[in-house]
Design a protein around this ligand. Structure first.
Ligand code: CAA
Length: 258
């Protein structure tokens, strides 16, 4: 297993190893993220036991996460890690390196489990994108989302632009990114950025409720249904109907074979 403590992460397995709860665990820095944390997340994604059906991502301390560790682009970089922008790196190499960073986010879409972000306090930049990388989001009423990258002269590049546009539509995504304004929890709910908002202090309970409901459904059906739903926006109706027929045939014949 990856060196999680070094990456600022904590892993707990529960519900007889069917639920993995991952905590961003650098509260003294508001869970600021780093390339080592993203590598830790990607490694975790590859190493979770097959039994895991639900992944919960949350933050320790007062905030979900303050986004990228702002020391990452300084010449000195993050202590123990160096700069996220190695000196002398070329354009193509940098494109590939950002691809490596993105792996820390992409695995949360894997159909073998359902991922839930439990967001409280700030979710800024990379943290907003990490929440968007999850299948669902539950927020405490003090949650605040901000896509800050353009305000820092950058673009959101950690897989967040597609889910953002898919969820809120292009005009609203443009408005949120190009003003880098803070979206409070109640507005995030109206925009469908979060599935539920609960009182501060009730977040863990609300997540547990959702986890319990998700675990009631047959594991194979859940996986096949997620595969189907994830491809729906990119498919024509004909393609999606075919995908449904194939998935159902797999379910029915698989059940008969048992
Ligand atoms: N990077 C490094 N350190 C950070 C940090 C960050 N992103 N956010 C907070 N910290 C540190 C602070 O420096 C402070 O450290 P010290 O105690 O040593 O002074 C500690 O965490 C606590 O921070 P605050 O006192 O500011 O805590 P707060 O609760 O009052 O405020 C906050 C929290 C609103 C998140 C505020 O800290 C903040 O605005 N942080 C910066 C957020 C930011 O701009 N993030 C980058 C977004 S862009 C991105 O993520 C992606 C990209 O590609 C660029």
């Amino acid at each position: 297993m990856a060196d999680l403590a070094k990456a600022g992460l904590l892993l707990e397995l529960g519900h007889e190893d069917t639920v993995a709860t991952i905590t961003l665990n650098r509260p003294e820095r508001r869970n600021a993220q780093s390339p080592a944390m993203w590598k830790g997340l990607a490694d975790l994604g590859g190493e979770l036991p097959e039994s895991v059906r639900v992944v919960v991502l949350k933050g320790a301390g007062p905030s979900f996460s303050a986004g990228l560790d702002l020391r990452a682009f300084t010449a000195e970089g993050i202590p123990g890690e160096g700069s996220a922008l190695p000196a002398g790196i070329g354009a193509e190499e940098l494109v590939d390196l950002i691809g490596v960073y993105q792996e820390g986010f992409r695995w949360l879409r894997d159909p073998r489990f359902t991922s839930i972000a439990a967001v409280h306090g700030h979710a800024i930049g990379a943290a907003f994108q990490l929440a968007l990388a999850c299948d669902m989001r539950i927020a405490a009423e003090d949650a605040r989302f901000c896509m800050k990258e353009p305000a820092l002269g950058l673009v959101p590049d950690l897989t967040g632009t597609k889910p953002l546009v898919d969820i809120v539509g292009l005009p609203r995504a443009l408005e949120l990114c190009l003003t880098a304004r803070v979206v409070p929890a109640d507005e995030a709910y109206e925009l469908r950025l979060v599935e539920r908002v609960v009182k501060s202090g009730e977040l863990d309970g609300a997540v547990e409720e959702l986890v319990t409901a998700l675990l009631q459904v047959d594991a194979g059906a859940a996986r096949a249904t997620k595969e189907l739903l994830v491809q729906a926006p990119g498919n024509t109706l004909d393609e999606q109907c075919l995908a449904e027929r194939r998935a159902q045939a797999g379910r029915l014949l698989g059940a008969r074979g048992k």
